[in-house]
Ligand binder design. Structure first.
Ligand code: NAI
Ligand code: ISE
Length: 338
């Protein structure tokens, strides 16, 4: 029998994950859904022809006997409560980023999971499953470019909605770089600083866009990360690691090249939904396979969620002070090592 999954939050990424679990992946089945907007939950059951019950709230879904695992795809501030309730009920959890909106919230989850003595929580940091980032990591680990010295990266979106605020450039957007980069170079962040270049006229008045975040690691690597969320031209993720003997660069998205009427062109993606499709598939398949094979999960951990939250807090503080701000992580528990 497949892992019986209950979904909390049937919005954009909730639907994407429901679709992949139902139609592409193996070993999982959506049996329950809930959303504060009950109509959205009903709609998704209908649209994807799910054999799933609609629950009035997260608690009743989590505690339902038919639910083995919970997919948390609601808004960020709601995640902590769902994750804590789920692991207390000994249900596996796949939680979209952020694990919790505060470092203390992530720590509460970490402590609860450690008390239970096994890994219940996987955080949706899907870039670790992307073949481009995996190739970069292999090259770095195999010393292909010698010692890494610097990383330059960019996270660009076409445009933002009205509710998108300056701090969301960190907590919603840069958070993916925060997670994937320390994993890539096996290093920890030491300090962060934020710079504001000339503002684009395409951003709303309340939003500072673009931004440059500079992160320094304990090993002395300097990272420059550009976040430009109203860049107009496409959804573009760039990463280049500069080492002592050479550089490694994230591959461009494979798209056909068209030569026509005196032009040579390759389309650029316009939406985040299409960029990491394979990685989303792989992270969720890993979640299902790990539950089947090991009885615990194995992807990005609650501790990774904590690292991201502490680093994001330091970046948000740096946005406000303009100063270099320290990243102060607690010592990694043995439970999350290895
Ligand atoms: P959305 O706004 O499209 O959907 C969220 C849904 O959750 C809505 O239907 C809302 O009614 C529901 N909801 C909110 N609070 C709830 C609660 N307490 N209980 C039940 N339902 C609740 O948002 P979207 O874009 O799907 O994002 C959801 C989460 O996924 C966010 O945390 C976001 O950061 C993350 N995300 C991750 C991505 C990735 O690449 N890994 C991409 C997009 C979003
Ligand atoms: C969105 O919330 C995501 O998580 C996407 O992966 C990211 O690239 C985008 O910038 C965010 O808004």
């Amino acid at each position: 029998m497949g892992v019986r999954i209950g979904v909390i939050g049937t919005g954009a990424i909730g639907k994407e994950h429901i679709n992949r679990i139902t139609n592409q992946l193996s070993g999982g089945e959506i049996v329950a859904v809930t959303d504060v907007n009950q109509e959205a939950a009903r709609q998704v059951v209908n649209d994807y022809s799910l054999h799933a019950d609609i629950y009035p709230d997260e608690a009743s879904l989590i505690n339902a006997e038919q639910v083995d695992a919970v997919l948390v795809t609601s808004w960020g501030p709601a995640h902590e409560s769902s994750v804590l309730k789920a692991i207390k009920a000994k249900k596996y959890v796949f939680c979209e980023k952020p694990l919790a909106t505060t470092a203390d919230g992530c720590m509460r989850i970490v402590n609860e999971e450690m008390d239970l003595g096994k890994r219940f929580v996987q955080v949706g940091f899907m870039r670790r499953y992307d073949s481009g980032y995996i190739q970069l990591k292999e090259a770095i680990d195999n010393r292909v470019i010698g010692e890494p010295l610097m990383i330059h990266c960019a996270h660009r979106n076409v445009e933002t909605e009205d509710h998108y605020t300056t701090d969301m450039a960190i907590t919603d957007t840069l958070i993916h770089e925060i997670d994937v980069l320390h994993w890539l170079i096996n290093d920890d962040y030491q300090s962060v600083q934020v710079f504001y270049p000339k503002k684009t006229r395409n951003a709303l008045s309340h939003l500072k866009d673009p931004q440059i975040v500079m992160l320094e690691t304990k090993g002395g690597i300097i990272i420059t990360a550009e976040i430009f969320v109203n860049c107009q031209y496409g959804y573009d993720i760039q990463c280049q690691v500069v080492g002592e003997e050479g550089i490694v660069k994230l591959p461009e998205v494979a798209n056909i090249n068209v030569r026509k009427q005196g032009n040579s062109s390759t389309a650029i993606l316009m939406d985040w939904k299409h960029r990491f499709v394979d990685a989303y598939d792989k992270e969720l398949q890993d979640f299902l396979d790990s539950i089947h094979q090991k009885g615990e999960v194995s992807g990005p951990t609650a501790w990774d969620g904590y690292i991201a939250a502490v680093t994001a807090d330091a970046c948000v503080k740096a946005q406000q002070t303009g100063q270099q701000e320290p990243v102060r992580l607690q010592e990694k528990p043995v439970f999350y090592q290895g």
